[in-house]
Design a protein around this ligand. Structure first.
Ligand SMILES: NC(=O)c1ccc[n+]([C@@H]2O[C@H](COP(=O)([O-])OP(=O)(O)OC[C@H]3O[C@@H](n4cnc5c(N)ncnc54)[C@H](OP(=O)(O)O)[C@@H]3O)[C@@H](O)[C@H]2O)c1
Length: 286
């Protein structure tokens, strides 16, 4: 059984990004820059942003933190986003979600310039992806795809079952893997909470991707022997342990390859944010 070690792969790719950042800077004088926006005092959000900025620092990507109080208004946040959109040093804007109740998340996501939407959450980014002319791939789906490709797992012609249809994971991942190209060209089935029998579908899959946020949902008898299983889920148990959507012990007896939680998709997601920021800087520097 092959362990899809996202932590190790993320380190390798981050070293490649650091090298490319240096080369871009040497050739053009442009240093990629990411502006992170954090509203309120959600401790998980603070940790996510801290980890993302640390990864930027290691890759020599400039990063700025805009930490705003929890009572910030939508108008104030839109004003900040407009300033970041206009700042030529900023190539990527990351607005950490969730936002406080008084702010409409979709209004903020849509306010981020499509040229700096390194999270790939905006309507334009998703529309471009859906029509086969992607600009920024959302980071978690891109991390999943890279985890497969860089572990030598073929995608083209295979049956992938994606469980979960959110706008940030399941839906864009399905679009990516069913797109044209040798790193895609899969036959994709998408399951969700209204799917009659999720196990019926996952048992048909060559590759299963779980992204539902239900601890240890996927059991060994829901997987075809030899299938590849990628676990996007992050769930906190009552004992304070992080587990995925996959029953790792049971499924690893059946699968040919499986990603762990933690140490699988999570580190890949952060790495793809750096990658998108580098791509954005490359676009503006010609
Ligand atoms: N590692 C990372 O970097 C990373 C990044 C993002 C998310 N995550 C994790 O990935 C998980 C999913 O995140 P998300 O943002 O996509 O979540 P989400 O917005 O809550 O969406 C969950 C999806 O799962 C479906 N679902 C829920 N229960 C189900 C069930 N019992 N059977 C089948 N489908 C079910 C929902 O169906 P409906 O549409 O019908 O409601 C929905 O489409 C979470 O654990 C999250 O923490 C991890």
């Amino acid at each position: 059984m092959l362990l899809l070690d996202g932590k190790k792969l993320a380190q390798t790719i981050q070293a490649e990004i650091a090298r490319d950042v240096q080369a871009l800077h040497a050739a053009t004088g442009v240093r990629p820059g990411l502006a992170a926006v954090l509203v309120g005092d959600n401790s998980a959000s603070h940790l996510y942003v801290k980890n993302k900025r640390k990864a930027c620092e290691q890759a020599e990507i400039a990063s700025w933190l805009h930490a705003l109080p929890g009572e910030t208004t939508q108008f104030q946040l839109l004003d900040l986003v407009a300033r970041l959109n206009a700042d030529p040093q900023v190539h990527g804007i990351l607005v950490q979600l969730p936002l406080p109740r008084q702010i409409e998340e979709s209004a903020i996501i849509q306010a981020v310039s499509p040229d700096k939407d390194v999270d790939g959450f905006g309507v334009q980014s998703l529309g471009l992806l859906a029509t086969g002319q992607p600009r920024f791939y959302p980071c978690t789906p891109l991390g999943v795809q890279q985890l497969l490709i860089r572990n030598g797992i073929p995608i083209a012609g295979r049956h992938v079952v994606v469980v979960g249809r959110s706008n940030i994971v399941g839906k864009p991942l399905a679009l990516m893997l069913m797109g044209k190209g040798k790193e895609a060209d899969a036959t994709v089935t998408v399951c969700h909470s209204r799917t009659a029998d999720v196990g019926y579908h996952t048992r048909q899959a060559d590759i299963v991707v779980m992204a539902i946020g239900q601890a240890r949902y996927l059991k060994g008898d829901m997987v075809k022997p030899g299938a590849v299983v990628v676990d996007v889920g992050t769930n906190r148990t009552p004992e304070g342990k992080w587990v995925g959507d996959v029953d790792f012990e049971a499924v690893s007896q059946v699968a040919s390859a499986i990603s762990p939680v933690p140490g699988g998709v999570g580190p890949m997601t952060i790495t793809m944010l750096l990658y998108n920021t580098l791509q954005s800087a490359r676009r503006v520097s010609g």
